[in-house]
Design a protein around this ligand. Structure first.
Ligand SMILES: Nc1nc2c(c(=O)[nH]1)N[C@H]1C(S)=C(S)[C@@H](COP(=O)(O)O)O[C@H]1N2
Ligand SMILES: [Mo]
Length: 408
């Protein structure tokens, strides 16, 4: 059994390597045998798309050219997720790489304010600046644990990362354009993907509205982890709304509008709604905005079954508070019957960031069901059960995120 596992691993690694090369433009150079391997191996890694060819293949599960997640074992123990391991999610194909060649010339239209205007990134950079460390997490992270297998990417834990965005606070920008119009109820951001001619933009446009409350800590960001935002993560300019799920963080933003109504785009009206099982999303259902308190174990956590040596073990994980800072986390080694307090490690980067945690323990030989349960300042405790909903959003169930490990 061990031998089988090892050879399967080797196979996966070499396949991943070959395809990784292919993604940087050498596909034609692949030997026929490598091509055959890539297309027939059951678990063969898919290739990285060109716009994300700089990503670390070994750290990612590549679901498709527009969906890649960080492996549970690849978050590392530093609080900030390195960009080459950060998940990627595009609802439609991203724009051309040309738009990040000179970020400063990118234009943003600003509407629904007293003095509507168009500003370049260079203009914005002169007007204000702030940084925020925050969890970026897809609304559907954890969808794979819904037994009903809702449609959409089968994300496990890795459609999430903790990153630092730098840009101009939306509030600062608002001061410079005379404030929003009185009728404004939402901040609406429009993604810069080109819309093919003849298509009704509402069918595919990534345009999201968040309630005004979200403006408080929102930024229009041009940097991520200290570098210009790469195309894959929404450069040249991205709307970021700390505490809100991934979709509300509009990439390649070309228009920022303060609107009375939510965007008419499908992605706002029917997508990302908490519809009951069997029902289609509609405006009557709650929109997916704020993230709930959540945590998960990252070690021991192999992608397949993981065997750990008996003795002292540092059980590790990460915990986030959602819109209220995470204040505590407990670990269970017996499927939720008993809980032990874990220690946070590393720097505290504020309410929107996650914290790494560790439980130093001693494990005897046997099988363990390990999981974690976080609490935030607002008093929310990570629940045992997921909130059932048709599209598999917002899964923060500690039971769903439990792992079975073997100690030998
Ligand atoms: N313009 C635009 N913004 C977008 C998307 C998109 O497809 N287009 N996808 C959203 C979704 S669903 C998620 S989860 C995050 C993913 O961010 P990342 O790719 O930087 O990890 O971007 C959001 N912003
Ligand atoms: Mo998402």
């Amino acid at each position: 059994m061990n031998t089988v596992n090892v050879s399967r691993r080797t196979l996966l690694t070499s396949t991943g390597g070959a395809i990784g090369l292919a993604s940087i433009g050498a596909f034609g150079a692949l030997s026929p045998a490598a091509k055959a391997l890539a297309s027939t191996t059951k678990d063969a890694a898919k290739p990285l798309p060109a716009y994300a060819s700089w990503k670390n293949t070994d750290s990612l599960i590549i679901h498709s050219a527009n969906t890649m997640e960080t492996k549970r074992s690849a978050f590392g123990s530093g609080v900030i997720t390195p960009l080459d391991r950060l998940f990627v999610r595009n609802n439609i194909a991203p724009p051309s790489e040309d738009i990040v060649a000179n970020p400063d010339v990118w234009e943003l239209k600003i509407e629904g304010v007293k003095n509507p205007t168009t500003l370049t990134v260079a203009d914005l950079k002169t007007m204000g600046m702030a940084s925020v460390a925050m969890v970026l997490q897809c609304s559907g992270n954890g969808r794979a644990y819904f037994p009903e297998k809702p449609s959409g990417t089968q994300w496990t834990v890795g459609a999430a990362g903790c990153v630092v965005f730098t840009g101009i606070p939306v509030k600062t920008l608002l001061e410079q354009v005379g404030g929003m119009v009185e009728s404004a109820q939402y901040m609406t951001g429009t993604g810069g993907e080109p819309i093919p001619e003849g298509l009704d933009p509402n069918t595919i446009q990534v345009e999201r509205s968040v309630p005004l409350e979200g403006i408080e800590d929102a930024l229009l960001a041009w940097e991520i982890n200290g570098e210009p935002i790469p195309l894959a993560h929404g450069g040249p300019l991205r709307m970021v709304v700390p505490g809100y799920t991934g979709v509300n963080n509009v990439k390649y933003i070309k228009r920022l509008a303060f609107t009375e109504e939510q965007s008419p785009a499908n992605i706002q009206q029917s997508g990302y709604r908490l519809a009951p099982m069997g029902e289609k999303g509609a405006p009557a259902h709650q929109s997916v905005w704020k993230m709930p308190v959540k945590s998960w174990i990252t070690y021991p956590a192999g992608e397949a079954e993981q065997t750990v040596k008996a003795g002292k073990v540092q059980v590790q994980g990460l915990a986030m508070g959602g819109t209220s800072e995470v204040t505590g986390v407990e670990v269970s080694l017996d499927g939720g019957k008993n809980w032990q307090k874990a220690e946070f490690i590393g720097p505290d980067l504020g309410p929107y960031a996650w914290r790494q945690f560790v439980l130093s323990t001693e494990l005897k030989a046997g099988e363990y069901s390990i999981t974690s349960r976080a609490t935030n300042k607002a008093g929310d405790v990570q629940p045992e059960n997921r909130l059932e909903n048709n599209r598999g959003y917002l899964n923060n169930s500690w039971a769903d995120h439990a792992l079975t490990i073997t100690v030998a």
